[in-house]
Design a protein around this ligand. Sequence first.
Ligand code: SAM
Ligand code: DTB
Ligand code: SF4
Length: 314
Amino acid sequence: MNTLADFQGVYHLPLPELMFRAAQVHRANHEPADIQRCALLSVKTGGCSEDCGYCAQSAHFKTGVEATPLMSLDEVRRSATRAKELGATRFCMGTAWREPKDGPQFDRILDMVREVRELGMEACVTLGMLTEMQARRLADAGLTAYNHNLDTSRRHYPNIISTRTYDHRLRTLKAVQEAGIAVCCGGILGMGENEDDRLMLLVELAQLDPLPESIPINCLVPIAGTPLENAAPVDSIELVRLIAVTRIAFPKARVRLSAGRDRMSRELQILCFLAGANSIFFGDKLLTAPNPRAEGDADLFRAMGLPVFEASAS
Ligand code: SAM
Ligand code: DTB
Ligand code: SF4
C-alpha cells in the first residue's frame, strides 16, 4: 500500500471486512493479547518556542502550563523504576523543545536514556529536531526509538504549525534512521483535517525506509487557550477504521492508542485493540494532559481478560 487510492480502498471497506482483514494481519504478526504498557514522563515541561496549535506547552498560548527546568537524573530514575514495577516495558521521555542544545542538558538526556536501558526497559525520547551528531549520540547511549510525529498531512500541516515545516520533520526522521534508531512516528486526529488528510499521513509514513517501528495514533486532547481548544471530538468509527488500515499497512509496527483515551469508552478502546492497536500509555497524566486513572485501566484490562497490574503501596 503506497498511494492514497490504496489506502482509501482499504479504509472504506465495509467495517466487518476491514476488521477481519486487520485482525488477520494482527494475528499473523503479533500475539493479540500483547498490549504493551508504556510510561510517559515530561522531563522538561512548557515554555516551548514552537507554535503547534494543539499544544499545552507552547509559549505562544496562555494554557496555564508553567515552564519547568530539565528534571534531575534522580527523579527520572525514581519514576522509571516505579513505572517498571507497574508493568511498563517502554519508558518515553519528552521535552518541550524546538531542538536540544548541545551541552550539559543534552548530556543529561543521554544519561537518562542509559538509566532506562539499565532498568531493562525500551527507551524512547521526543526532543524536537535533531542534528545527525545528536542522533548518533542517542544511538550510542542505547536509545530504542525516537518519537517525532508528522502529526497530519503535508497540506494540513501549515494550518496547525507555522514555526517549522513538514520537511524539517522529515529531515530529523532521516537523521534518526541513519543513526540506526527505530522511528516512532504518527499523528493526531481531530485537528480540523478530513479523512483523506489522515490517510495522506499514512502515505507519508509508508514512504519511510525502514518503515516506522511504532505509530502513535493520538486523538486531540483539546487544551484551553490553544487555537484548537474548541475542536470537535473524533468520530469513534473513523478512529477504529484508521487504526485498522494502519495495522494492515504496517503489519510489524506497534500501533499505539495514545492521547485521548480519557474521553473514550471501554468499548471503543476494545474495538481499537480488535482493529490492531497494541499499546497504551498508562498513568494519570500524559505529558501535561489527563489520561485514564489506574482503576479505569485495571477495569479495561480485566474486561479483556488480560493481566492487571495493581498499584502496589509506594
Ligand atoms: N517538542 C517535541 C516535538 O514536538 O516533537 C516533543 C514533545 S511533543 C508534546 C510530542 C507529541 O505530542 C507531538 O508531536 C504531538 O503529536 C503530541 N501532542 C501534543 N499535544 C497534544 C494534544 N493536545 N493532543 C494530542 N496529542 C498531542
Ligand atoms: C505521542 O505521539 N503521544 C505522546 C508521546 N508521543 C510523547 C504525547 C501525547 C501528549 C498529549 C498532550 C499532553 O500531555 O500535553
Ligand atoms: Fe513545542 Fe513539541 Fe509542543 Fe510543538 S508539540 S509546542 S514543539 S512541545
